[in-house]
Design a protein around this ligand. Structure first.
Ligand SMILES: NC(=O)c1ccc[n+]([C@@H]2O[C@H](COP(=O)([O-])OP(=O)(O)OC[C@H]3O[C@@H](n4cnc5c(N)ncnc54)[C@H](OP(=O)(O)O)[C@@H]3O)[C@@H](O)[C@H]2O)c1
Length: 187
């Protein structure tokens, strides 16, 4: 199934990730080298770079890739907010604000800076906290054709309750059927 519905800018809070089929957004040690060369629909990068006004993330993701010019492969630039309990030891970077505050306050700062465009939450831990507060508008995922088995999950909440969801780009309560072949020839 291909989502052909373009993302729009409407001041939304998007929890946006590329994710392995088994639910990981990064490999062990924050590795990102597992991403296959998947085919995007035409115009996908432009769609997100033009609708994103600000980014909100966490310190682990920032420390793993501390480059404000690397977002969307350098195709996006704008205000980035990074939550951390110790902003004082963060290396300053242009356009990046390190915040130690309530997660809802951090989101408000990002929304003000986004100027009516969307805020992308690029952190599993920050996204989970915002979800608990009812502050996520969309969970926007690009499922990549790979199984990881280890790493950082989109949603880790041991002991938590199931979170019911509704599909936006399809029949709201539809299950989605993905069918894959394991790649046998890895040489
Ligand atoms: N697949 C994709 O599309 C994609 C896109 C972007 C990023 N990623 C990956 O996502 C991963 C993100 O890693 P992660 O989820 O482990 O960590 P993270 O959310 O980036 O960082 C966790 C850290 O954020 C800080 N933090 C979180 N909530 C806070 C709060 N309420 N107040 C103050 N500080 C707070 C804390 O930092 P302190 O310890 O400093 O206090 C915490 O240890 C990275 O590996 C990144 O590469 C994947």
């Amino acid at each position: 199934m291909h989502d052909t519905t373009p993302q729009t800018a409407a001041g939304k809070v998007l929890w946006h990730f590329s994710m392995s089929l088994d639910g990981f957004v990064a490999g062990p040690g924050h590795s990102m080298d597992w991403m296959p060369d998947a085919t995007n629909r035409a115009g996908l990068i432009e769609e997100y770079t033009s609708t994103t006004g600000a980014i909100l993330g966490g310190r682990a993701g920032w420390d793993a890739f501390p480059d404000p010019n690397a977002v969307y492969g350098g195709a996006w630039s704008g205000p980035i907010f990074v939550l951390t309990h110790h902003p004082e030891d963060a290396e300053p970077a242009e356009g990046v604000t390190f915040l130690d505050c309530d997660v809802a306050e951090a989101l408000e700062a990002a929304q003000r800076a986004a100027g009516g465009k969307n805020v992308e939450v690029l952190s599993p831990t920050v996204g989970r906290q915002l979800l608990e507060r009812g502050l996520i508008d969309e969970i926007d995922l690009h499922i990549l054709p790979v199984l990881l088995g280890d790493g950082i999950r989109l949603y880790d909440n041991p002991g938590g309750s199931p979170v019911p969801l509704r599909l936006i780009n399809g029949e709201p309560m539809a299950e989605v059927n993905f069918r894959y072949h394991p790649v046998r020839d890895l040489g």
